[in-house]
Design a binder for this molecule. Structure first.
Ligand SMILES: Cc1ncc(COP(=O)(O)O)c(C=O)c1O
Length: 322
């Protein structure tokens, strides 16, 4: 992780070391924040943010589900993100917008606390490692079940909810695996601690749907579209744990991990223990989309002004919905 010089905080860029909060910040005590994980890539056209509009959309939806009004328009946060990347001089980076209840009245009722907004960026390589992307990682079904939608709101990307992922991640890493796979409350497969999960069997692709309390991953939606465009059948349905052991191929998608194959689950090899052909095909097409090498998905890329390559024609940047 390579540190930035500047962080955008409540409307201005401040030095990294000055981006501080009060200890009575509501979100520190009660997890009352929502956030995004987004990536910008260095492409032949310039620095582009992958599916920026969709990430902003999810940020506003997550905030809305927790009754937080973000005190900036979408277009302001989009421009602030561009400026934060450009002023830090990063051609490629991870982007972390965070909206949280700031210092105000203590107690569980949060609606009288201010809503603070931060956009931080840093240089960050593949979350599960470059080798993990190439060879696949080892996963373990977690003893911690995914948070259910009758307790919190799994469809929101909310900070407090991530204690669930943190517990699963610690358990998996301490047991010697790279990633945890969480089951839902019914015992059906849900997702990784920070990724959605796909199963490939007999040429067809399946992935758990919202009835498993997944987070609706933006990379999940992108890979589903790419797979269908390539002619594969993708079904959103319940996936039983046993299907992980029967699968020909398994892979996970997420902003941090991008598309990472699983080569083992619970000490059982997936297929022949190496990433399979369909995973490889999707991974190549997805990487082409991320890195701006695919004209077909060029509208997914939001060009960061100031980093356009000289003479390159900018792809049509999707304006976030108002
Ligand atoms: C719990 C969880 N599920 C799934 C995902 C994948 O979502 P996305 O593809 O939008 O990054 C993430 C990452 O944001 C996550 O934290």
């Amino acid at each position: 992780m390579n540190q930035a010089d500047l962080i955008w905080m409540n409307g201005e860029l401040v030095a990294w070391e000055d981006a501080k909060v009060h200890v009575l910040t509501h979100a520190l005590h009660y997890g009352t924040g929502v956030f995004e994980g987004v990536r910008a890539y260095d492409t032949a056209r310039g620095t582009v943010i992958f599916r920026h509009a969709e990430h902003l959309d999810r940020l506003y939806r997550s905030a809305g589900m927790y009754l937080m009004d973000i005190p900036y328009a979408r277009e302001e946060l989009r421009a602030a993100t561009h400026e934060t990347i450009a002023r830090n001089g990063f051609k490629a980076c991870y982007i972390r917008p965070l909206v949280f209840r700031g210092a105000g009245p203590m107690g569980l009722y949060p609606l009288d606390c201010p809503v603070d907004v931060v956009i931080a960026v840093w240089e960050w390589g593949a979350y599960l490692g470059e080798e993990g992307k190439r060879r696949g990682v080892r996963g373990k079904v977690s003893s911690f079940r995914r948070i259910p939608s009758d307790a919190v709101i799994p469809a929101a990307k909310a900070t407090g909810q991530y204690l669930n992922s943190v517990l699963a991640k610690i358990e998996a890493e301490r047991a010697g695996y790279e990633e945890a796979i969480l089951l839902d409350q019914r015992g059906m497969v849900c997702e990784g601690s920070g990724e959605n999960l796909f199963v490939v069997k007999d040429g067809g692709i399946a992935t758990p749907g919202f009835s498993s309390d997944i987070l609706g991953g933006i990379n999940r939606a992108s890979v589903i579209q790419i797979a269908r465009d390539l002619g594969y059948t993708v079904t959103e349905r319940d996936v039983a744990r046993g299907e992980l052991y029967l699968a020909d191929e398994l892979f996970m998608t997420g902003t941090a991990a991008e598309l990472t194959p699983l080569r083992e689950v619970d000490d059982r090899p997936v297929g022949d223990g190496e990433p399979g052909e369909i995973t490889r095909t999707l991974q190549r097409a997805f990487e082409d989309a991320l890195h701006g090498r695919s004209d077909r998905y060029a509208e997914w890329l939001d060009l960061v002004p100031g980093f356009a390559r000289h003479g390159a024609s900018a792809p049509e940047a999707p304006a976030p919905a108002p």
